[in-house]
Design a protein around this ligand. Structure first.
Ligand code: CAA
Length: 392
């Protein structure tokens, strides 16, 4: 049966997340955007009420929520401010490879620390010359002669929460001649050899921290290798399959916020003697926005439910991420249009949403990369083998 009726628990989660977004995030969202502020107080409160690390399994100290639950929360928090939600949610991206590829001991150690305190973890994949082309990375990990440690050298850029993270999941070349088959993933703790080089000054999502991180002869115990050596590329792809639904949920949250602002404004703003909502030109824009929000949510939930059923969702995850991200950009742009000249002015809420929406088409795989995945899955369906050590 196809049924997206939420359970009472899911409705309660949605209410909890919505109230949190309305009380704690919305009132400071535009100020954080203006100042590029860091939402530490919100992170502390979200951690306290259980709105962070939601996917950590119960055996490692977490609440063990499923992917659909996560998407419900992510849409609400992103409705409050997607920059703040990026800060709150980045632990999920870093935790996924640990939970997929870490040993029992490492999963417990990592999970329990994240749950005990509002610590942050960053996912370090992208490099200045390796964005969409993951296998072009240059960061190196060299195994010591004794085999019990690796030494990491290299720089990662656009790292969410990089300036504040205690942990980093780092992808590095362990066999530089082997292309995507020579990449491994490591859980790295912050120490003096991990240098935060640069905090980016961004167009949108200005409440999230984005930094360049350099690993300078960083020594990592071999037990922090995630999954098998040289299988890190597949691990990264499996992680992105699992996290792109959450990004799609965030895009849906931005689109919904923009749609709601535009709808309310269209009922108040009078031109030609009537509220502009009475003009068909505006009604059609509102209708298109409503459809895009609705379909973004359906695609998002579909991609999450497949994961909850233990099924591979590569295609659906890219459908959801691509459609919701592009829709968020379109809906936010149309919201500015509904506001007219006022939409272009910072005293009004929608120009922030238009700037915030742009990153949804860029991070966790651009909209073009999602199309590439969709085209490959459609034209050349192939059975992707997931490494045995890394089952969901
Ligand atoms: N699951 C498991 N394995 C997969 C897979 C998947 N979804 N997709 C591909 N693979 C496997 C393939 O089967 C293949 O296996 P073999 O070695 O056995 O042949 C291998 O991985 C290589 O696959 P491709 O040939 O498809 O690899 P490619 O080099 O052409 O790259 C890509 C594919 C889709 C373009 C990929 O590189 C990609 O997703 N790029 C975008 C990267 C990205 O999303 N970066 C975001 C960074 S994180 C971020 O933004 C976070 C933030 O801070 C918010």
């Amino acid at each position: 049966m196809v049924d997206f009726t939420l359970t009472d628990e899911q409705k309660n989660l949605r209410e909890l997340a919505h109230d949190f977004a309305a009380r704690e995030i919305r009132p400071v969202a535009w100020e954080l955007d203006r100042d590029g502020g860091w939402p530490q107080a919100i992170i502390d409160k979200a951690h306290e009420v259980g709105l962070m690390n939601t996917h950590l399994p119960e055996e490692y100290g977490g609440p063990g929520l499923n992917y659909l639950d996560g998407c419900i929360i992510e849409e609400e928090l992103s409705w409050g401010c997607s920059g703040v939600q990026t800060s709150l949610g980045a632990n999920g991206l870093a935790a996924a490879p640990v939970m997929l590829g870490g040993s029992e001991e490492v999963k417990r150690e990592f999970g329990e620390e994240l749950v005990a305190e509002p610590k942050l973890a960053s996912f370090c994949l992208t490099e200045p010359d390796a964005g969409s082309d993951v296998s072009g990375m240059r960061t190196r990990a060299v195994r010591s002669a004794g085999g019990d440690t690796y030494v990491l050298n290299g720089s990662k850029c656009f790292i969410t929460n990089g300036s504040y993270a205690d942990f980093f999941v780092v992808y590095a070349k362990t066999d530089p001649e082997a292309g995507h088959r020579g990449i491994s993933a490591f859980l790295v703790r912050k120490d003096d050899t991990v240098i935060v080089d640069k905090k980016e000054d961004k167009m949108g999502q200005r409440a999230s921290n984005t930094a360049t991180i350099t690993f300078n002869d960083t020594e990592v115990d071999a037990r922090y290798l995630l999954g098998e050596e040289n299988k890190g590329f597949k691990l990264a792809m499996m992680v992105l399959d699992r996290t792109r639904p959450g990004v799609a949920a965030m895009a849906t949250g931005i689109a919904r916020a923009a749609f709601e602002f535009a709808t309310e404004y269209s009922k108040e703003r009078v031109q030609f003697g009537v509220p502009i909502a009475m003009h068909q030109a505006i009604q059609f824009m509102i209708a298109d926005m409503a459809t895009k929000v609705h379909l973004s949510r359906l695609a998002t939930w579909n991609s999450a439910v497949l994961l909850d059923q233990g099924r591979r969702n590569t295609l659906e995850s890219s459908h959801a991420k691509r459609f919701a991200a592009d829709s968020a950009m379109e809906v936010a742009t149309d919201a500015v249009q509904v506001y007219g000249g006022y939409g272009f002015i910072k005293d009004y809420p929608v120009e922030k949403l238009m700037r915030d929406a742009k990153i949804m088409q860029l991070y966790e795989g651009t909209s073009q990369i999602q199309r590439l995945v969709i085209a490959r899955e459609t034209l050349l369906p192939r059975r992707i083998e997931e490494p045995a050590a890394a089952t969901a």
